[in-house]
Design a protein. Structure first.
Length: 350
């Protein structure tokens, strides 16, 4: 159609890569099926997300075969790009907008952005909703949430950001960390956060996966073969409780829903930075969903990702001192949780 008409307008996902041997940017249209489309460099400068996984856009494309062009020949040329999702993110504008809200108003805005109406919840429940977002805006944050079914535990990792992945079954050490055969980095090096939708699946995985995960949750590093590697992905574990919390506490402990390979491993549990008490979050009902405005999902996802670049782990020292009853891992957990909430509340540059 593009060839016969000479010009055509279409909607597609566009990715851009730079080929050093040709000193040229090439655009790839995912559904159009062509990897070598000429793109004006101004769009690469204006929309940095083109080089970071691509964006969906409305594109005017023309067919023009140029015999005189040097290097690789392609008859397809981009004339204009109109992004239909966030193509660039301005943190200063985001923070400037934040200044116009009180803390409570900002919390309500974020809760509405995840699709819920804050008027149905008290402040504690609202903060628990926001803590679910910390792995999306804080590097190497380890979160666990255990609670009843139907409370939306994994919703943020399935619907709110294209930079996180939700695992719904067992995985391998090559897939999660590093494939020595192919030399390719695993999920912890490719995504901002990796979530296990059903933590019981860890019981079905090779022991090597859990052992390496334990090391990774401590320092963000792991060893594969002769290589010592690192990743910035946060890790979240979700699981369902099958009995009331009072029964769990009376008969065992709050980590009972975890698989045997983790449940009694105190060194692993000490590496968890926050335990979201899922039994304090109500099961989702139709009336809980909001019909008021919040951030569009693409914009919120870009904001959370941009905020990962900022470290506020020392912020807590301005107002508090730690007691001697906290060990080093406890202090680290408190610091990272405060830093993550500061990111959620957008205290950057304020």
């Amino acid at each position: 159609m593009v060839r016969e008409r000479g010009r055509h307008t279409l909607i597609d996902k566009i990715k851009v890569r730079y080929l050093a041997e040709e000193d040229k940017y090439w655009a790839e249209f995912v559904n159009f099926g062509h990897k070598y489309v000429h793109i004006p460099e101004k769009y690469v400068r204006d929309y940095d997300r083109l080089l970071m996984g691509g964006i969906w856009a409305q594109v005017d494309i023309r067919h023009e075969y140029d015999e005189e062009v040097k290097g690789r020949k392609s008859p397809f040329w981009i004339e204009e790009i109109k992004p239909i999702q966030v193509a660039t993110f301005d943190l200063e504008s985001y923070v400037s907008g934040r200044r116009q809200f009180s803390t409570d108003e900002w919390i309500d805005l974020l809760v509405r952005s995840v699709g819920l109406e804050p008027s149905h919840f008290n402040r504690r429940v609202k903060l628990l909703f926001l803590i679910r977002l910390i792995p999306l805006c804080e590097q190497n944050y380890n979160l666990v949430e255990l609670g009843p079914r139907g409370t939306g535990k994994s919703f943020a990792y399935q619907e709110l950001s294209p930079y996180v992945i939700l695992l719904t079954g067992p995985t391998t050490i090559a897939n999660l960390f590093y494939n020595m055969a192919s030399g390719k980095m695993g999920l912890v090096g490719l995504w901002d956060a990796v979530a296990f939708d059903e933590v019981a699946d860890l019981q079905k995985m090779p022991k090597e996966v859990v052992t390496t995960l334990k090391t990774y949750c401590e320092s963000g590093t792991f060893a594969r073969g002769k290589e010592s590697l690192s990743g910035h992905a946060s890790v979240a574990f979700f699981g369902n409780t099958n009995q009331p919390v009072e029964v769990m506490v009376r008969g065992s402990h709050l980590f009972t829903p975890m698989p045997n390979v983790i449940r009694e491993d105190m060194a692993f549990l000490d590496r968890i930075h926050f335990y979201v008490p899922g039994w304090d979050i109500p099961k989702m009902r139709i009336e809980f969903f909001t019909d008021r405005y919040g951030f569009i999902v693409d914009y919120l996802a870009e904001a959370l990702r941009e905020l990962r670049r900022h470290n506020f782990s020392e912020l807590v020292d301005r107002h508090f001192s730690f007691g001697s009853h906290l060990n080093a891992r406890d202090v680290k957990a408190v610091r990272k949780t405060v830093a993550g909430l500061a990111n959620c509340f957008s205290r950057t540059a304020m």
